[in-house]
Design a protein around this ligand. Sequence first.
Ligand code: PEP
Length: 248
Amino acid sequence: MKSRTPLVAGNWKMNGRQDLLAEMAQVLAGYDGAAEVVICPPYPYLAAARSVLPATIGVGGQNLSDQDDGAFTGEVSAPMLAEVGCGYVIIGHSERRALYEETDALIAAKFSRAQAAGLVPILCVGETLEEREAGDTEAVVCGQLQAVVDAVGIAAFDRAVVAYEPVWAIGTGRTASPEQAQEVHASLRKSLAQNDKDIAESLCLLYGGSVKADNAALLFAQSDIDGGLIGGASLTADSFIAICQAAE
Ligand code: PEP
């Protein structure tokens, strides 16, 4: 029996409109399960999400600036996300690392800004297929995590979530097997334990990468998997709620 509260977060990416929000609000109003549930729609819908979703459902941004204010056209800051009702923010998603060249240093700076504004960072780590095939999975993901630990301090992980998202499984329909995912989660927890045992034990570790209603339960049953970060399947209310139920 795990002592950590399960969490399921839906990352809409650049998808969804107000009608999806309305549908989610309706379906999630009937959700009274034990998992913590978070919806991360695009920026323009965050304030509306906070007002239409039940108060028990969290709202999160998908990214944030490493600055709080200023001449940074197109950017959105942590205090802004907090002011419109976000409680969480995704940081270091592999799409941001690959498409926008986000470095570990920038990711760590965003992590600090998020926490300073009272947001819970959902820090993503994950290896590419090439890295997995080269046998570098553990070194890559633990390295990405440790880079942030070194920059912000282990104590900050008391108020954070980490999501393991193998890049080769994101949006591909190719899910890591429960055993593959568990192996990496155990490595991540072990590597954090070298910094602080209690924080490592209590940290919520999500799996992300082609999680669907029909594979979620087996993934979430693994001892070090505490829930999921869900992309494609978070765009359909029925599949998203089924995944939330699988996390209980
Ligand atoms: C994601 O982008 O965080 C993700 C897990 O996507 P998908 O579920 O579509 O693989």
